[in-house]
Design a protein. Structure first.
Ligand code: GDP
Ligand code: MG
Length: 597
């Protein structure tokens, strides 16, 4: 194969605009996958991906497409659409020369359409705009065409129409890839330079790294070096990516492939690193390499304190195949031994918790998440605070800084008012308002990250009945009046319920949290006082009155099986309870903060 017959491309779109489904059709049309192997969204191979209907990891697959008697190699890289995983998207884009930009014909351009388009433009990709789902009744083809022409300034003829459902337009898409996306450049004689854009964990083979070769050739048996980590390995196996692994003697310039080196730990393989040869290294890494930084921190504790060691082992295994998970041991007075974990975002946190439960059979309690703050002590020392308990005493604190983001919201003009209210309420500042078309407006805010990681997106969606899309990028850290708010149950501080919050919001927040806890804590034989405090000052209080009757008293004497069921149900419920002082606290209570109105 010649490099001129290779095309590397990705599919970018707002979430749910049909990337994975169109990918299915491309695979089918090129006979990469037989109809027997075919299942919907075939590239989403993780259980969780299939269930949630979202792409969590990048996937790469090679197709052969014969056109006009010539066989072309197409490397398709499917990317995750969720903001939590945007670093992976940007690395995947860096491995391509072109992108199919899908826009759902019934939805039009949305926030991630634009943010992904900008990423693609930053990477100098050739953009092929495709209006997808044209089979649907609500398809607004003319309107969406106008939006696209406005956005990327292309002529109307450049826009393709397709349906991942019916297969309409798939042949045109494949031909456009050949005609419009340039083949890779690169020097086969130069020292090896390959960009790692993803890695997966296989329990038998260890870590499998996916890369794009920019220069040189990678061969089986080569002694390779990872430029940024400085580690060296032997290439036990290299090859290209079909539905499974397709071992080869070598993978050449311009191509996309995998390498297996026997590495067992995902931490050693960093997305964005460059692979070169130990004997003949390249001069420098391919692209600016960034460590992926966790955005949200929370504690994970075993429900039963005895399970700590087991949990440690499971977290370690999970980290082997998810390098973006970070954790360190943490001790809580309330919950005992557990881990302080860093996540890319709330979706990532949810995924980790679910995987611990499903794949590792662990019963865990997750505590109040927070972002990472900088605390400057009066002696000039700068501390990174990922946990309310690490916040220095106010008497030693000079100032605190919190992370800010730039938020982009695209919506219909009629919702501008309510979105402004929501964002101002979340300490946002409107920076720009521009009409993309007469019926579509883009609002740009600067906001504290802490205000958007929790329930912001859900609120936005319900406020606008789904007619708003949202995306954000980190900006900087800014000084802010942050206080540590504690929760006391019958006078005992429950450290796992402490939260860091902007002082102007503390009182309101404290009240709501006490009310929510009142709802979530089961009544007991004695009264329970729930208090919120900043330092020694109580800012809110609720009481739960004592329970009078035994629940089982409701059952008529004779019905023993009903009584047993009730007791069993209670026991089931207890599994996720923690005894704190004399109060029983269920798991939901630790995440009550996320459910405040
Ligand atoms: P992704 O998030 O961009 O990967 O989107 P998916 O491929 O998972 O598709 C999201 C939803 O839209 C799924 O329910 C698909 O069945 C549906 N869908 C995707 N493409 C089409 C299409 O061309 N026509 C119709 N009617 N539905 C589609
Ligand atoms: Mg998908």
């Amino acid at each position: 194969f010649y490099m001129k017959h290779i095309r590397n491309f990705c599919i970018i779109a707002h979430i749910d605009h049909g990337k994975s489904t169109l990918a299915d059709r491309l695979l089918e049309h090129t006979h990469t996958i037989t109809s027997r192997e075919m299942q919907a969204q075939v590239l989403d191979d993780m259980d969780l991906e299939r269930e949630k209907g979202i792409t969590i990891k990048s996937h790469a697959i090679q197709m052969n497409y014969v056109y006009d008697g010539t066989t072309y190699i197409f490397n398709l890289i499917d990317t995750p659409g969720h903001v939590d995983f945007s670093y992976e998207v940007s690395r995947a884009l860096a491995a391509c020369e072109g992108a199919l930009l899908l826009v759902d014909a019934t939805q039009g351009i949305q926030a991630q359409t634009i943010s992904n388009l900008y990423l693609a433009i930053d990477n100098d990709l050739e953009i092929i705009p495709v209006i997808n789902k044209v089979d649907m009744d609500g398809a607004m083809i003319a309107e969406v065409k106008d939006q696209i022409m406005d956005l990327i300034g292309c002529p109307e003829e450049d826009i393709l129409l397709a349906s991942g459902k019916t297969g309409l337009g798939v042949e045109e898409v494949l031909q456009a890839i050949i005609r419009r996306i340039p083949p890779p450049k690169g020097d086969p004689e130069a020292p090896l330079q390959a960009l790692i854009f993803d890695s997966v964990f296989n329990s038998f083979r260890g870590i499998i790294a996916y890369y794009r070769v920019y220069n040189g050739v990678i061969r089986k048996g080569d002694q390779v070096k990872f430029v940024n980590t400085g580690m060296e390995y032997e290439a036990d196996e290299v090859g290209t990516l079909k539905l499974g692994l397709n071992p080869k003697e070598q993978v050449g310039t311009g191509n996309v492939g995998y390498i297996i080196t026997g590495i067992k730990n995902a931490k050693e393989v960093k997305v964005g690193d460059t692979i070169t040869l130990a004997k003949r290294p390249c001069e420098k890494a391919i692209k600016g390499f960034e460590e992926v930084k966790p955005m949200v921190f929370a504690g994970i504790f075993p429900v039963n304190t005895e399970d700590f060691e087991e949990l440690r082992e499971c977290m370690g295994k999970l980290q082997l195949n998810d390098a973006s998970l970070v954790f360190e041991p943490e001790t809580s007075q309330a919950l005992g031994f557990g881990f302080r974990c860093g996540f890319l975002g709330m979706l990532h946190m949810e995924i980790i918790q679910e995987r611990l439960e499903r794949e590792f059979n662990q019963s865990v309690i997750t505590t109040v998440p927070n972002v990472s703050y900088f605390a400057y002590a009066t002696n000039g020392q700068k501390l990174t605070v990922n946990n309310p308990s690490e916040m220095p005493d106010p008497s030693r604190l000079a100032r605190i800084e919190e992370p800010f983001i730039r938020a982009q919201i695209i919506t219909l003009p009629e919702y501008i008012g309510s979105i402004m209210t929501l964002c101002l309420n979340k300490r946002g500042m409107l920076k720009n308002q521009s009409y993309l078309t007469p019926t579509r407006v883009e609002l740009t805010f600067e906001m504290p990250l802490a205000e958007i990681v929790f329930d912001f997106y859900d609120r936005l969606k319900s406020l606008t009945r789904g007619y708003a899309s949202f995306d954000y990028t980190p900006l900087d850290y800014r000084e802010s009046d942050i206080a540590k708010m504690d929760i006391l149950l019958n006078g005992d501080t429950v450290d796992a319920l402490s939260a860091l919050i902007h002082r102007s919001r503390a009182q309101d927040f404290g009240r709501k949290l006490c009310l929510k806890l009142k709802e979530l804590l089961p009544r007991q034989q004695f009264q329970i006082a729930i208090q919120a405090a900043i330092g020694a000052k109580i800012i809110a209080r609720e009481n739960i009155s004592a329970m009078r009757k035994d629940v089982t008293a409701k059952c008529y004497g004779g019905d023993i099986s009903r009584k047993r069921k009730l007791l069993e149900k209670q026991k089931e419920g207890k599994k996720r309870m923690r005894q704190i002082g004399n109060v029983e606290v269920p798991q939901e209570a630790f995440l009550a903060v996320l459910k405040l109105e």
